[in-house]
Design a protein around this ligand. Sequence first.
Ligand code: TRP
Length: 449
Amino acid sequence: MAQQKRAQFATRLGVVAVTVGSAVGLGNIWRFPYEAGAHGGAAFILLNLLFAFVIGVPVMCAEFIIGRHTGADVRSAFRKLSRGKLWGCVGYIGIGASILILSFYSVVAGWTMEYIYRSIAGFGAAHTAEALHMQFDAFATSNVRPVMWTLIFLACNYFVLARGVEKGIERVSNVLMPMLFAILVVFCIHSLFLPGAREGLLFLFKPDFSQITPRVVLSAMGQAFFSLSLGLGCLITYSSYFSRETPLMKTAMLTASLDSLVAILAGVIIFPAVFTYGQAPAAGPKLVFEVLPAIFSDMPFGQMWSLLFFLLLFIASLTSTVSMSEISIAWFCDDLGMKRRTATALNIGLAMVLGTLCALSFGSLNDMRVFGLTLFDLFDYVSSNLLLPVGGMLISIFAGWFLDRKVVRGELAPSSAGGRALMRTIVFCMRYVAPVCILAVFLAGLGVF
Ligand code: TRP
């Protein structure tokens, strides 16, 4: 059978759009503000930035090196590079965890679609925070609409993914990512003119170091991991479509910078509004879905702002879920020889079944508990707190200790003295700093500390 030429991203801009598209998602715009809000603001943000660069960039480089060097899906990449069966498991962890994340992430993405719909249709009579809270609760715990939106969202993924790497993923990212940045900037400018802007910005940028506790440190690291799409081989898969010309260190630095920028901009959008309208920054996961609509309903042209905001969330989610799906689709196609459409249907089909269960876990299936957690919380906990850190630790140990040094140097290919210094720093962090820090998070995730 003739070997088909492997897909590749067509342009340098495309590489940045897909990588940043994967990184920027609900993690930045939904999760980051409520985590920062719950953990005291600026101090959490500084820690998060530190982790993004000291651990995030090295682990990202490790994924890029493994992916581009082998040009293979995550399962085959580890099989090609190592004889031992044990390393092959890293691939399976990534494939399994990505489907779990895809399932619960699609439920929240589905919520954004409901809110896009509501922004157009109007929020009805509810204006007060209390009424909007009841409305959100009634929606999330109902059985039909959350499931319907989860399925519709996954169907959108199918249409992007089935078109392939270059015509689907890359083209869609090239269009959506600039749109996302444009919407972000419009929102930031608007936000800076709110009466609560000063207070909001102080909360974001004036660190109070007394707020830092071990729990805050750990959440900041978990957040960095989730937000940069690390630990599951998502970026191993994407970088297998990079050309030899793509500069890996630059791409990693740029991705970490833009991802952090978007998270901070999301904070600039949300906190001035929260303070202007006298809301609590520590409202938790419902911050975006309950607090913001209350704020929008009070603003001039609120419906338009609301539409724009949830559109932003939807775009950010779609380019991220597409990257999660690609992990298993690449495996199904490259290793198991499936057709792209069949592979996509299988991945999305699986996510539809699990996603339906997650969506229902707020409603009818709320009593179905595993270790006391609903399915939604279970999938989130198992993937974010267990599989992601374990995967990330193994990937950085693999690239730092087991991979031939020549391969690492050849892939990072520094072209200047500064580049060589950066490479040495990255390799040092890959070998020592990342594994040790990640182990600490992992143990904390298990409640050892
Ligand atoms: N980074 C994305 C976000 O911030 C989520 C994501 C996409 C992800 N691909 C991933 C998280 C792979 C972990 C692993 O929303």
